[in-house]
Design a protein around this ligand. Structure first.
Ligand code: NAD
Length: 260
């Protein structure tokens, strides 16, 4: 059980982050959710964590595209609950174009949100975890942290960087009771991927459903999406005693994508 633990999940107003937040709440952890969206939608998700699982939940709207924003999130968590025991660096964005056409501001934003925010978050939260002798840092990387695809230069660079950062943090935090690992999902059907499917359907004159099938088949031997709940289940395992000596590891959950 994670009762008595405080978990901060970045980018948890949607998709994988929300799935991870709900999985931790189901284990009894108090939750800090974060991310963008309509105020009433966010409040509904926050209230559902409390109602469904009997835990405490607070929302921080910190923008993680700067170090100051990430430090604000950790400060909001410490002000609300007094500690951060579990940090999930999940917030992320995507942009798809060849390098020669890639807008420089999209490159900077993806590196800031998908990579640098994890550095700032670990820097802010790890000292408290070390002082208490227990902590779990989970970086949501991607199959694109281990292998590349065209048109995703910033995303692939950020995710490879995130896997590297995970290894360094795992080494530095060894023997402190704090582990740091990366989860590397294949395709998960979330708004981030739905946008890519709509763009592909528009470009190819196909349906959303056709592109859904084609997208998964292009990369994964297993022709099914992983669900946010399944990513949540792996994150819960990484917080268990059974996972106490797993650190610095990229863990694939990708229907066989990187096995090829
Ligand atoms: P999503 O778009 O559903 O959710 C992204 C979340 O990040 C949202 O809550 C959004 O508000 C938040 N966010 C974006 N910019 C932010 C900022 N500047 N500050 C704070 N929050 C911000 O996407 P998702 O698919 O759930 O992606 C979550 C993570 O999983 C990302 O890091 C993504 O790269 C990774 N991932 C996704 C897939 C997939 O197939 N969906 C696969 C592998 C890895």
């Amino acid at each position: 059980s994670l009762r008595g633990k405080v978990a901060v999940v970045t980018g948890s107003t949607s998709g994988i982050g929300l799935g991870v937040a709900r999985a931790f709440a189901a284990e009894g952890a108090d939750i800090v959710i974060n991310g963008f969206g309509k105020a009433e939608d966010i409040e509904r998700e926050r209230a559902a964590l409390v109602a469904d699982f009997g835990v405490k939940a607070l929302y921080s709207g910190a923008d993680l595209s700067t170090g100051a924003g990430v430090r604000q999130l950790v400060a909001d968590a410490e002000a609300g609950f007094g500690r951060v025991d579990i940090l999930v660096n999940n917030a992320g964005i995507q942009f798809v174009a060849d390098i020669v056409d890639f807008p420089e501001d999209r490159w900077d934003a993806i590196i800031a949100i998908n990579l640098s925010s994890a550095f700032h978050g670990i820097k802010a939260a790890a000292p408290g975890m070390k002082a208490r002798g227990w902590g779990r840092i989970i970086n949501i990387a991607s199959a694109h942290g281990l292998v590349a695809s065209g048109q995703k230069s910033a995303y692939v660079a950020a995710k490879h960087g995130l896997v590297g950062l995970t290894k360094v943090a795992g080494i530095e935090l060894a023997n402190t009771g704090v582990t740091c690992n990366a989860i590397c999902p294949g395709w998960v059907l979330t708004p981030l991927v739905e946008k890519q499917l709509h763009d592909r359907a528009g470009k190819n004159g196909t349906s959303f459903a056709q592109e859904q099938e084609a997208l998964v088949a292009e990369k994964q031997p297993m022709k099914q999406f992983t669900s946010p709940a399944q990513i949540g289940a792996l994150a819960v395992f990484l917080c268990s005693d059974g996972a106490a000596t797993i650190t610095g590891a990229p863990l694939s959950i990708d229907g066989g994508w990187v096995a090829q």
